[in-house]
Design a protein around this ligand. Structure first.
Ligand code: UDX
Length: 441
């Protein structure tokens, strides 16, 4: 099949590349000329395990193309994916300007029947807006071309996006014509080896499915973080409670790890957007609001523990920090707890020495640009030299089994603050460490 993907960011690039891997001819479009030129040379704007090689192979095999020319790309295609960003607007709602600008260009340039797919996470009702925008352009041109707008939300996890795309749990398709359902099924069938897992529905339910899925997962995390905070106060161990409740299949073991709070591009943004969607439609979403509140507070729990141990005034103190990214396997720092914790410590006079296997460039050049109290190092041990304590915030594999003797010899005090509960408290205390984690004192 011939496919055009508009927007060569995270979702567009992963989706387009995976479709090309299945033998489709895919053209990825972006307005950013430098980005397109770099992609043609195999330089990716993001880090995602396995993606670079897959892009390289498919470009070489003439399955994957990059261009800034939307008109050319869509008229070569049967299916057009809209995968541009929907950043959070000032009021918490998803900003649709890029999605609607693409819809407008499609309407201006389409010459034949197309299925247009919303891949970006968009508020319920957006497909209707996309449809109207395209129709308006067609009317202005005085042409009559049939088209469908489909909602096909993505459920990719950063760091595992290729695997998620190539072997999906499910593919949700919201459409209102048999033609669109059939074409979408044809496109996705090769991704199911044994039996298909299509879930077909109306467009608005498909749009809502994405928000509901992310809000449910965020709720599980905030719920567990709240339980962890109560555990600390009553002398229980959240790690044990997690195992205890997860054994009930109705609850399950996944997404109930207490920690320094959820971050990333999806959960914070989508929870906020869902709250807004509900409000605009006359409903106050109390639970969703609380999920957000709990998470905002959770991002500072480690900072509070540090203040409790070292005092309100941290001036003259240095802390060694392991992990900047919002989770392992990515260089993404969007809404990462590390940002909030470091800023809180710096506000109190502390200095930070930071290490992350992938996210230091992002931190230096963007999220923490110009903050002089943060220094970056290329080794996890180097950041501990003369530091008051180690703070662990991202559970990268290389932090799981470190040399604790070395850590102890480098730190000023044998103190570890662990925002991801990676270590065994008993073993660390035996080795002479003061170990602070989430959900257990
Ligand atoms: C998420 C969804 O998983 C994905 O389906 C959706 O399409 C986009 O959003 P992603 O943001 O890449 O994916 O990361 P994910 O692995 O889900 O983790 C999100 C955050 O939750 C991370 O900050 C992680 O540390 C945190 N988390 C996760 C917890 O704090 N506890 C848990 O038990 C699980």
């Amino acid at each position: 099949m011939n496919i055009a993907v508009i927007g060569s960011g995270y979702v567009g690039l992963v989706s387009g590349t995976c479709f090309s891997e299945m033998g489709n001819k895919v053209t990825c479009v972006d307005v950013d000329q430098t980005k397109i030129q770099k992609l043609e040379k195999g330089i990716l704007p993001i880090f995602e395990p396995g993606l670079e090689q897959m892009v390289f192979n498919n470009v070489k095999n003439n399955n994957l193309f990059f261009t800034t020319n939307l008109a050319l790309a869509i008229n070569d295609a049967e299916i057009v994916f809209i995968a541009v960003g929907t950043p959070m607007g000032d009021d918490g709602s998803a900003d649709l300007q890029y999605v609607l600008a693409v819809a407008k260009s499609i309407g201006k340039n389409m010459e034949k029947r197309l299925v247009i797919v919303d891949k970006s996470t968009v508020p319920v009702g957006t497909a209707d807006k996309v449809k109207l925008t395209i129709q308006k352009e067609l009317d202005a041109r005085g042409v009559d071309i049939d088209f469908d707008v489909v909602s096909n939300p993505e459920f990719l996890k950063e760091g595992a996006a290729i695997a998620d795309f190539m072997k999906p749990d499910r593919v949700v398709i919201g459409a209102d014509s048999d033609y669109a359902f059939e074409l979408m099924k044809q496109l996705y069938s090769p991704f199911f080896r044994t039996h298909d897992r299509f879930i077909t529905m109306d467009i608005r339910s498909a749009e809502m499915t994405k928000y509901a899925a992310n809000a449910m997962l965020a709720t599980k995390i905030s719920f567990m973080n709240e339980i962890a905070n109560i555990c600390e106060r009553v002398g229980a161990d959240a790690n044990m409670v997690r195992i205890g409740i997860g054994s009930d299949q109705r609850i399950g073991y996944s997404f109930i790890y207490p920690g320094a709070g959820y971050g990333g591009s999806c959960f914070p943004k989508d929870v906020k957007a869902l709250k807004k969607i509900a409000k605009e439609n006359g409903y106050k979403a109390n639970l969703i609001e609380s999920v957000e509140k709990v998470n905002n507070a959770q991002k500072l729990v480690i900072a509070h523990k540090i203040v409790k141990r070292f005092g309100e005034d941290l001036s003259g103190m240095t802390f060694g920090l392991w992990g900047l990214a919002f989770k392992p396997g990515t260089d993404d720092m969007r809404e990462a707890p590390s940002i909030y914790i470091m800023k809180e410590l710096i506000k109190r006079g502390a200095k930070i020495k930071a290490y992350d296997p992938k996210a230091m460039k992002e931190a230096k050049e963007f999220y923490l640009k110009g903050i002089e109290s943060i220094q970056y190092f290329n080794s996890k041990y180097e950041v501990l030299k003369n530091a008051n304590a180690l703070i662990l915030l991202t559970e990268w594999k290389e932090f799981r089994s470190p040399d604790f003797e070395e850590i102890k010899s480098l730190l000023n005090f044998p103190v570890i603050f662990d925002g991801r509960n990676q270590y065994n408290a008993f073993h660390l205390e035996e080795k002479g460490f003061e170990y602070f984690q989430i959900g257990k004192v």
